[in-house]
Design a protein. Sequence first.
Length: 258
Amino acid sequence: MDLGIRGKTAIVCAGSKGLGFGCAEALAQAGVNLVINARSKGPLEDAAEKLRAHGVDVTTVAADITTRMGQESVLNTAGVVDILVNNAGGPPPGMWSDWSREDFIAALDANMLTPIAMMKACLPGMMERGWGRVVNITSQSVKSPIPVLGLSNSARAGLTGYVAGTSRQVAPAGVTINNLQPGIHATDRAVSLDSGVAQQQGISINEAKAARCETIPVRRYGTATEFGAACAFLCSQHAGFIVGQNILLDGGAVNSTM
């Protein structure tokens, strides 16, 4: 399917690996020029080389997107932005009794306030031009909270509430905002979570992964490639009637009728 977005420009935050890279690659395959961001320059440049193989322009910005300086650097480099993919690593797992105010502030900065700031910067231009796509990578925990990920549960739920209202306000101008809610995918984040379970329960990381797979109806972890394909479709010309939605990509793990 031709997604109808060849030649457009996208910002993909945290695009050097994992789900961010999956989204960047799917957009590159659709002919979208990219500005990708990550903290570490080495992995970022490696990712850019892979993406350029699809025949698109790829610009890298090594910066912390959770800081104002990092956001300004990415936005100034991109210029006119047609597509924005907001993404940032989740806060560490833990127990409710351990989290301080500072822990919550850090989680809100990374997983709520940063994507809001990026949207506020990009939306006016998109609305003026009459077209734009924003996809926020959140988490299945917004619909089905994960106890040890309380920091993520809270911050991403706040972002979801913001999008619910804002998406309806910008839709008349041809701009859509939607959220993708990943379950467990085969990324570094999964390795980190499985390692924590393995250490806590005194089992191997493979045993921890196998046990988690048993809780997923498809009996496996998702891939960055299939996640990226879903993101690219939401960014396409064909998704203009999808507004303010929260779409699960979790292999059926969340047991819910709606």
